[in-house]
Design a protein around this ligand. Structure first.
Ligand code: ATP
Length: 389
């Protein structure tokens, strides 16, 4: 990829964009629908060039946040600022943002070329410039050979490329994407993911991307915003969220598949003791926990270690392998402890159902959170390690 900005001229890409900014600030942004608070006091600073993913379960307020940013939904509280200018009072067309939706929203009777050119035509740009920018956008999304076709003659992935070209041809200061890959099959999703990241980087875009797919968010974004029931749970880089989720809900979203309800014991030199379900483990905690508190211990499958049967030691416990799934080089394994707890782990060892094993977790890899599931709203699923036994 050349890295040349769209419709390259001598001017840097940023200076030709509508409403370029250094920082876009969401301050206490809220939106209610009747009695439903879809989004509560969202504070977020987006820096130019960043790729931000809004991540969370269905109904957590991701699309609401995006639509507030786009100007499609008026705020019920808070404000949005582009540097020193307040923009939440502006209609969508005056914000200069590009949008890409999951359903593509292409004009079915127009060719790819006309779909991409549409926004420029509406802005009454000179014909030659419209043509040049349109061809450049089509080239960037690699649709040169399909430019004359109608959307109905394209695959889902190609249609999504048209939608992306249509957004970037306007050289927007911010691109908003709402689950743009959710209608595509697994292979295309991966391809388009790379494509989106490539375009973001080569065009120097600023992107806000809504998804409920953790892997997609982690692989694309510079920073992630984890939402739950309209409230921000944590904002951070993929690495920060991956290594240090602040609560069980973020952990759940970050792939900590083993979420085990236990009881806090006393502090130890290196962490806190947690017991229950026949287990006596030591983990790492961020929350202030008193002995007897209900806690959730969170462990990622790749952090569960495997030992020979009969091995003893701290933070180790026996289990029997129940389910083995082949996943390339590694196996995804489910093993059950004596008390009936199911543990998820990944290993390159060839295991088979019925094998006796000893599982272990390092203290720093076992994160202990205060259990706040009792406070969880009904529409939020909290993963449980304990499936029906
Ligand atoms: P999904 O991943 O399913 O699209 P989401 O995280 O994008 O979900 P939103 O669409 O932002 O969630 O919805 C947040 C909450 O606001 C939900 O409880 C939803 O039912 C409610 N909501 C959204 N739009 C409206 C509306 N127009 N009228 C009433 N309630 C709404």
């Amino acid at each position: 990829m050349t890295g040349s900005p769209l419709g390259a001229t001598d001017a840097p890409a940023e200076s030709r964009r509508s409403g370029t900014f250094e920082t876009l600030s969401l301050r206490g942004v809220g939106r209610t629908f009747g009695k439903t608070a879809a989004l509560k006091g969202l504070d977020l600073e987006i820096r130019r060039g960043e790729f931000i993913a809004l991540l969370g379960p269905s109904g957590c307020g991701k699309s609401t946040a995006l639509n507030c940013l786009a100007g499609l939904l008026p705020l019920t509280s808070g404000s949005i600022w582009q540097d020193e200018t307040r923009i939440d009072v502006l209609p969508p067309e005056r914000r200069g943002f590009g949008m890409v939706f999951q359903n593509y929203a292409l004009f079915p009777h127009m060719s790819v070329r006309k779909n991409v050119a549409f926004g420029l035509t509406m802005r009454r740009l000179p014909k030659a410039e419209t043509a040049r920018r349109t061809e450049e956008a089509i080239r960037l999304v690699r649709l040169e050979e399909h430019a004359h076709k109608l959307p109905g003659q394209l695959s889902g992935g190609q249609q999504q490329r048209v939608a992306i070209a249509r957004a970037i041809v306007l050289e927007p200061s911010l691109v908003l994407m709402d689950e743009p890959l959710s209608n595509l099959d697994a292979k295309l999703r991966l391809e388009m993911r790379t494509e989106i990241r490539r375009l973001h980087q080569s065009l120097g875009l600023t992107t806000v991307y809504v998804t409920h797919d953790q892997e997609e968010a982690l692989s694309l974004a510079d920073r992630l915003v984890i939402l739950r029931a309209g409230t921000v749970q944590q904002i951070g880089t993929p690495e920060e969220l991956h290594n240090r989720p602040v609560n069980q809900h973020v952990a759940d979203f970050m792939g900590y598949r083993n979420l085990i309800r236990l009881t806090a014991g006393e502090r130890t030199d290196d962490g806190i003791r947690v017991t229950g379900e026949g287990l006596d483990l030591v983990g790492t905690h961020l929350d202030d926990l008193t002995p007897g508190a209900a806690v959730v211990a969170a462990v990622r499958p790749e952090d569960v270690r495997l030992f020979e049967p009969g091995t003893t030691g701290d933070n180790r416990f026996p289990a029997i392998v129940e389910v083995v799934e082949y996943q390339g080089r590694e196996l995804a394994v489910e093993a059950r402890t004596e008390s009936g707890l199911r543990w998820h782990l990944r290993t390159s060892h060839r295991l088979a159902p019925g094998d006796a094993v000893v599982l272990g977790v390092a203290v720093e890899r076992l994160l202990v959170f205060r259990d706040d599931t009792a406070e969880a709203p009904k529409n939020v699923s909290v993963a449980s390690e304990r499936e029906s036994v």
